[in-house]
Structure formats: structure tokens, C-alpha cells
Write a new protein. Sequence first.
Length: 561
Amino acid sequence: MLLTRVLEVGNVLSSLPAHAEHSDQDLVTQVLSEMAKFVREVVAPLNRDGDEVGCVFDNGSVVTPPGFADAYRQFWQAGWPAIATAPEDGGQGLPAVLEAVMYEWLNGANHGWTMAPGLLHGAYECIKHHASDNLKSGYLEKVATGEWLATMCLTEPHAGSDLGLVRTKAAPQPNGSYELEGTKIFISGGEHDLTENIVHLVLARLPDAPPGPKGLSLFLAPKFLEDGKRNEVQCERIEEKMGLHGSPTCVMRFDGAKAWLVGEHGRGLNAMFLMMNSARLHVALQGIGLLDAAHQKAYTYAQQRMQMRAPVRADAKAPADPIIQHPAVKRALDTQRVWVDGGRIIAYQTALELDIVKHHPDSDRRGEAEAWASLITPVLKAAWTEQAFVGASACLQVFGGHGYVREWGIEQIVRDSRVSMIYEGTNEIQANDLLLRKVLGDGGQQYQNLLNKLLQDLADESPLVQKLKTQCAKLAATVDNLSTAQRDAPDLAHWIASDFLKATALTLLTWAWCKINKTSLANGSYSTALVAWVLPEFDMRLSTIESLIAKTTSAQTISAA
């Protein structure tokens, strides 16, 4: 309903020639209904075993939890991985926004299992736009349809977020291929039994490459070569993790593995960023899906659990009341619902903007959509993965001691959600990317355009719209002040980047609820929670930023003291 009623997805899709035939609301509803059925009946029931049994490492091979392989076979044979890939590549060509909804639901139902196909779309885009025709002929359709899964091999023991330190080597061979030597760590799905082949996309350095990120190139190294022989790609072990036990996190060793160049020499990061940007939106959807799952569990429990007498009672004669009637519990649950539904509006809008980037006939509109996706993606990734962990913990609190034991499944969500704040670029990196590169990089022009866009279709004078106008004005002034102050304190923006990102997220949340409140879907309880319990943080974040700006002088930089 948020997609069709609030965002009016049919009207947006009807303006895109490639998706005009997909704009019918009945079609969208049918696809979502079938999707929900698959998630509910096939994927969700595997979640507990995925956590408790986990993946098993056996002499270089990985066996996934019971039922995982069969569920994945059903997934790709039903065409779900190919929902948004191009028909000429074996896909269904449906809008990216439907794929976004699918991955949100899958992650909420079974985060560990969903890690397997989670990188497919990014790998597909990377191969489609950067690989040679020869590589495309062998790998593009297999990845596009999900018949083969893919990995993103970046991290090394000494090189996490700083990819310029990558040491894996690529030696050119006379036949035009390369041999890879090196070790990669934290590789999700580096080895498994879900598909017959695995396509590894690997960052490595040529012998004559300069140091730093500009010396990196991207290579494709399959688990099995075209002749059926096993490539020299070995899984040394899988990590013992806090959560995500259903997803193998592998240490991968490349011992002269045969590989082929993807894109140009020294431009590996340019090609890889297609995967990373797609992955960051998907991680944001993980946060939303996991928070929704936590809320659903806690809300159901709170309606059934009878404890003490509420201050305002529905039944004065009852010995106890459902804990949902206790203000502390209601506050916690309503707060999470604010973040879930608001996050959905922002994430789905971002997916629609990506559809517009690809298919809108007007170049100006495509540019506007690209700017939206560029600015919003780091905000979504950082703010909603943080809220997934914090909010899931608040939902665990609703259960009391029962939440801390495994019986109810809420503690798994807390454990599984924590990693989303770390991978695909830590949340601190997302904040720096937003403020330093995307906001201050052009003097705040694109950011100001975004703030203007938020107010475009909100003509009413409701208190929440007025709140949004005030937030946008304050953020615009803050950007101006920062642009001036950072000339004298080059480290200033680094100190307050996370505060700025959170203030932006809260403004987007206000915008989302302004959109929701224009429809009959509005819930007064949630709107009250937004204003009373969530939005006060906006002023706190701006106060932190402004106090640091005020302390900045022309001869002084911010220090930890």
C-alpha cells in the first residue's frame, strides 16, 4: 500500500517507456503477492535452522544449512533473481523498485539465506557495463538469472576500508588471461553448495601498477573454468561469527587462479563501485526488513503478554493488562514503526529514482534522479542499519527475560543486524562520503536541490509540513556555515559527519511521514511518536554541529580534547 498509494508507483512507471506496461496496479499487486507467498512459505521457515545449524566447513567445501540449497534452486528457477535484469540477458525486465521490495522482505524473513543472492544485481551490472563481449557471453546470463551466484572480493587481512592497500597480484598470461595470487577475507558466499558455479569479482594489482587505489584492476575468476576444471580458488576457512550463521563468510586464497580483466587497467574501483552502490541500497533494505521483523515479533508478543495494571485500563476488573497498554512499551514499538514505514518510503523512492535514471526519456529528469540516489543511498545505509540494531534491541526489551533466550527468535535479529553497520562501507565512511564528497564537494548545490525537492509536492500547511520546512532551512544554513568554517579547520567536517547524516535522515523521515499523512494510511499514533520521540534528535544533532563550528578559529583545528 505504501508503494501504490503513497508513492503512486503506477504513475511513475507509466512515464518510463520501458515500464509503461508494468504500471498497472493489478500487475504490481500480483507480483508482490506471489513474492510474499514465496518468502513466507519457502524462505522464512529456514531461518531458525540457518542460525542454529549454520554452515559447515569440510576440507575446502561449505555445506549450507538444511533446506537452503533447495530453496535457492526454487528461487532461481522461479525467476526471482532475474526480476529486474534485462530480457535480452534472460531477465524479466521488471522495475527495480519491485526488486527492492523483494529483498527487504527476504532479509526480514531470513537474512542469512538472502546474503547469497544479495550481490547478484550488482555483479550483473558490473559485468554488463564493463566486461568484454567474450566474458559476457560466458557469464552475463548465468549471473542475470541467478543460476550462478557471485562474490565481491575486496577485503584483505591488512586492507579493509582502505582498498589502496590491496596486495593481491594479477600476472598477465600470453593468452590474454591473468593469474591471481593473494588472500581475501570476509567474502560472503565465497564457497557454498547453492549453485554449480561461483563467479568471483576480484580487485588485484598488475605488476607495473602504481600504489594506491588507482593501481587496482578488476578481474573475473570463476570457481569452475569453461572446461569443467576447478580453478585455483580455495576456501581456507569460514569465520565463526556473532550472527549470520546461515551465510558462509570465507577466507579465500587465490593460488594462480585463472582470471580475466573486467573493464580497463587501473580502473577496477570504477567498475566495482557499480556493485558497491547497489549493495549499499540492499544493505539499507536489510536494515528496514530486520527492523520490521523485530517489530512484528515484539508487537505480537506485547498484545498477548499480560503483566501488571496499565495506568489507563481497558478492563478495570482484569488482574493484569497486555503490556502493549503500558506507555513505555507502546512508545518503544511506535518508535520502530515510524522508522520502518518512513524508511520504506525513502528506500522505495530511491529504487524508483534508479528506474528513472535508466529509463526516463528526459535527460534533466535522469540527472535529478541520479543526484537523489547519490545523496540518499549513504543516508539510508547508515541510518537504517543503525536503527535496525538499536531498534531490534528495543524490541528485545519488550520481551523482558524471554527476549534474551532463543525461544522467541528476537535475539537472533539483534545479532544478525549488527554486521549491517559494518559491511559495504562502515556507517562512519557513509557519513564522510555524504558530507565531505557529496555535500561540501560542490558547495552544497546538489544538497540544496534535494531539500527543495522534498518540499515540492507538499503544499498543505500541516504542522508536520511546517516542521519539514524548518528542518530544511536549518540544514541549508548549516551547510553554508560548514563550507565557510572548514577553510580554517579542515578536520571539522570529519568530526561531525555522522551528526550531519543523522540530521539528514531525520529530515527525510519527516518528509516520508508528510507523504504518508496525505493518504488514508496515516496513523495518528505513529505521527505522534515521530514528533514526540524521534524528531527531537534533529535539534540535538544540529546543536552539536553548530557548537563545534562556533569553536573553530582561523588558527585552530578541532582536536580530540
